[in-house]
Design a protein around this ligand. Structure first.
Ligand code: ZN
Length: 575
């Protein structure tokens, strides 16, 4: 879809009008205010600016424009949100906009997967009697298949291939899609006669498929999964998260299960805050993703030894990221699917309510078969990775109580082997500070108020003048996105910000309308700070190499500039 059409759709939808069709807003000052739909709250922290056409929640940080609001609220992909808003104001969007307009390889692959997913799900209801029968046999409602966009791959070597070629995709792109195998030079469908589970990333794009056979076949794996592509890395996504993330953050906990059918059963039974790890244990990437929506998780893995082991491993990975984890204990041989089917959803809810904290589970459960010392070491390993010292201290206390071992003994053991992680911590210590230097923020705020100010900022400074992490990123982002801009269009700028940290930070700066110091004064102060930093670095270099003439002359030049810039300002304290 071309950018001018997107601009047209964005400006035809007024942000206040749109948001008000979802949640009530009240007029306060120049803004509108309401209760944030993206986190659980009773106070109105959610602000909408009509002049800027953007919103920002000052409690959870979510920010964006009309597109992101609809995307996040309705869990849609960007293109879907654009189409929906086009429809809302009666703008026609050309239906078949495929590879020709998608600029990057990634976008092209997303289009391929979207087309493939649509084809598979259409086939399920048109030709997938055996797949539907299979779901019926396992007592799944066809509506669940619809809700989760399940599909069916025809028992043919070319069905998907021919369909996608007809849609206009080129062979070389299809080759790279991972959806086909190559046999003596010809492409063949990878998935044949299988029930298809589309795997979405958390923003709702289909990026991979899992395909399951319905009758056991010789020499044929039960599942085929998409290979790694530019879109998909195994172990990075959580199945179902795109559907449940909103509820996970509202309910403030997630249910983590292992497989597709566990997820389906939980989802169908009204447990709308589940995800499936699609592997034996949660990976670090998956934990990172999950942690963004809630810090609390309940592990729902199989009740056998392997399941418990996986639950503990995944649970400890969560702990090392500062999450709180519980383990629900199924009867041996049961998993969420079989358990709900046999005992019903109330029994499932009871099991979740009775889930035990992972540390006390590891201390007391007879199902963890490893020796006590090994279990404690496992926990300490996780705690060593925990960045937050307070959280670490609290967890040590918990371990001490659960296992009946003194906190001192645990702490000294924790310290003793921390050295092996020292390089990692040292590396993080040199990364840029999170805390912002106010002047850097102010300069950006002023630069965002009008394009002339931005041009002044961009011509006088570069990214080296920014020392705090987010302002530096935002400065770089603006440099890349405002090169040819004639005005500052807040809402359009947020569209360009694909990184949510940058988008949320940017929105906060855009919302700021309190009076600030003069921009040229701020620029001068930032320059002086930079000179001070450079001087410090030079001094260090000189003390290591006192005879180096080059360093000495650079220092005297810097001092000259510094004196010139500060001539009229006596005794100015910059730090
Ligand atoms: Zn919020």
């Amino acid at each position: 879809m071309d950018n001018s059409l997107i601009d047209q759709i964005r400006s035809a939808n007024d942000i206040v009008d749109l948001v008000q069709s979802y949640i009530p807003l009240k007029h306060v000052g120049t803004n509108w205010r309401g209760i944030c739909p993206f986190h659980n709250d009773t106070r109105p922290s959610f602000y909408v600016s009509q002049p800027k056409q953007i919103y920002k929640c000052f409690a959870c940080g979510k920010a964006g424009n009309v597109f992101t609001f609809v995307q996040d609220y309705e869990k849609l992909s960007f293109i879907e949100a654009v189409k929906k808003l086009a429809q809302r104001v009666g703008i026609q969007v050309p239906e078949r906009e495929r590879t020709s307009v998608a600029s990057t390889k990634r976008q092209q692959l997303i289009q391929v997967y979207k087309s493939a997913a649509e084809f598979f799900s259409q086939m399920l209801f048109e030709h997938g009697e055996n797949a539907l029968d299979y779901l019926k046999k396992r007592s799944f409602d066809p509506q669940t298949a619809k809700d989760l966009s399940l599909g069916y791959a025809l028992p043919s070597q070319k069905a998907l291939l021919n369909h996608l070629m007809k849609e206009g995709y080129g062979v070389s792109l299809l080759k790279e899609s991972g959806l086909f195998g190559e046999y003596s030079g010809a492409l063949q469908d990878l998935y044949r006669d299988r029930l298809i589970f589309p795997i979405h990333n958390n923003t709702g794009d289909v990026i991979a498929f899992g395909g399951r056979i319905m009758e056991p076949r010789d020499n044929v794996g039960k599942y085929i999964n998409s290979p790694g592509t530019e879109l998909y890395t195994k172990g990075k996504e959580l199945y179902g998260l795109y559907k449940t993330k909103y509820n996970i953050s509202k309910m403030d906990y997630s249910l983590v299960c292992e497989g597709y059918f566990d997820f389906l059963r939980l989802y169908e039974s009204g447990f709308s805050n589940a995800v499936a790890s699609l592997g034996t244990a949660l990976t670090e990437d998956q934990v990172y993703l999950l942690n963004r929506f809630s810090k609390n998780a309940v592990m729902l893995y199989d009740g056998d030894a392997a399941g418990i082991k996986a639950a503990i491993r995944g649970g400890l990975a969560c702990i090392s990221k500062g999450m709180q984890v519980k383990i629900a204990i199924f009867p041996p041989g049961e998993d969420p699917d079989s358990f709900i089917l046999a005992k019903g959803k109330d029994a499932m809810q009871a099991l979740i309510d009775q889930a035990s904290d992972i540390i006390s589970f590891m201390a007391t459960s007879e199902q963890t078969q490893s020796p006590v010392k090994e279990r404690i070491e496992q926990i300490l390993d996780a705690l060593r990775l925990l960045q937050d010292p307070i959280q670490r201290e609290l967890s040590v206390k918990e371990v001490s109580e659960a296992f009946g071992i003194s906190q001192n003994a645990l702490l000294s053991s924790l310290r003793r082997s921390t050295t092996s992680y020292a390089p990692k911590q040292a590396q993080e210590a040199v990364s840029l500070p999170e805390t912002e230097i106010p002047d850097e923020r102010y300069a950006l705020i002023l630069g965002l108020r009008d394009i002339e100010s931005y041009k002044l900022l961009a011509s006088e400074l570069n990214a080296d003048y920014f020392t705090s992490r987010l302002p530096k990123h935002i400065f770089n982002f603006l440099r890349d996105n405002l090169i040819e801009a004639g005005t500052i269009d807040a809402a359009a700028l947020l569209d360009a910000a694909k990184n949510s940290d940058i988008r949320d930070g940017l929105a906060e700066l855009l919302f700021e309308d309190s009076p600030l110091p003069d921009l040229s004064k701020l620029i001068r102060d930032l320059k002086l700070r930079k000179i001070q930093r450079d001087l410090e670095a030079l001094d260090n270099a000189i003390s290591a190499d006192p005879e180096n003439r080059d360093l000495l002359s650079r220092k005297s030049e810097l001092l000259r500039v510094y004196r010139m810039m500060t001539k009229k300002v006596v005794n100015k304290v910059l730090y």
